[in-house]
Design a protein around this ligand. Structure first.
Ligand code: 13P
Length: 248
């Protein structure tokens, strides 16, 4: 039985001071009994947020890491750095990083491997542009992204990852995929995982949906058989996040 996971991706929002205000607003409102909850915050917010979350069951995570341990990589942040401060999750391969910062399937693969090596759960994002959906090749596209992310990854390590299906046309638009559309692709991701690793491993891996998740649509989305929670952008910055976490 997969435990639901709801992750807030704050993106490039909230200064450290604002981050503390948001944690104060949300921390007593989210019910962590049946749901794993994580705030994926900007790097400079990690330490203050981690301190503010002490004594709660809410985890904190980063939105990126670099795949080398250390060295001359100006501006990057390593897995050992994140792991030492107690970072439990990291978002990898978000479509915004793929579109604006040159993230590729190859770098996603290296980052996934590096995160798992340091005990950080990678939330690996995949998803199609509107054009790809209109050309009816969404499933092929997403299958390829998943396979390339997992090159050289053992079943044991794959079981430590989370996938997030985020159709690019649904991100920040207020236009979520329907629960049927989201289920179709999340189910296809589970099928690829089954082909690579077998049913037991595939059944243990959590697959999230992301793209305009709100308190209004979360219950219907999360009720789908292959959707194990959400990766939430805009709605993670307000009280609506608690409604999403606490939905049936
Ligand atoms: P929105 O929830 O704002 O559509 O963002 C989704 C997302 O990109 C989460 O990673």
């Amino acid at each position: 039985m997969r435990k639901r996971l709801v992750a807030g991706n704050w993106k490039m929002n909230k200064t450290p001071k604002e981050a503390l205000e948001l944690v104060a607003l949300l921390k007593d409102k989210v019910n962590t009994a049946d749901t794993d909850v994580v705030f994926c915050v900007p790097f400079v917010d990690l330490i203050p947020v981690s301190e503010a979350l002490e004594g709660t069951n809410i985890a904190f995570g980063a939105q990126n890491l670099y795949f080398e341990d250390k060295g001359a990589f100006t501006g990057e942040v390593s897995a050992p750095m994140l792991s030492e401060i107690g970072c439990k999750y990291v978002v990898i391969g978000h479509s915004e990083r793929r579109a604006y910062f040159g993230e590729t399937d190859e770098s996603v693969n290296k980052k996934l491997i590096q995160a798992v090596k340091y005990g950080i759960v990678p939330i690996v994002c995949v998803g199609e542009e509107l054009k790809t959906r209109e050309e009816n090749v969404t499933i092929e596209h997403v299958r390829s992204q998943v396979k390339r992310a997992l090159v050289g990854v053992s079943a044991e390590d794959a079981a430590k990852t989370v996938f997030a299906y985020e159709p690019i046309w649904a991100i920040g638009t207020g236009l979520s995929a329907t629960s049927e559309q989201a289920q179709e692709v999340c189910g296809a991701i589970r099928t690829v995982l089954t082909e690579i690793y077998g049913k037991a491993t595939a059944d243990s891996i959590r697959i999230l949906y992301g793209g305009s998740v709100s308190g209004k649509n979360s219950e219907e989305l999360f009720a789908m058989p292959d959707i194990d929670g959400g990766l939430v952008g805009g709605s993670s910055l307000k009280e609506d996040f608690a409604t999403i976490v606490n939905c049936k």
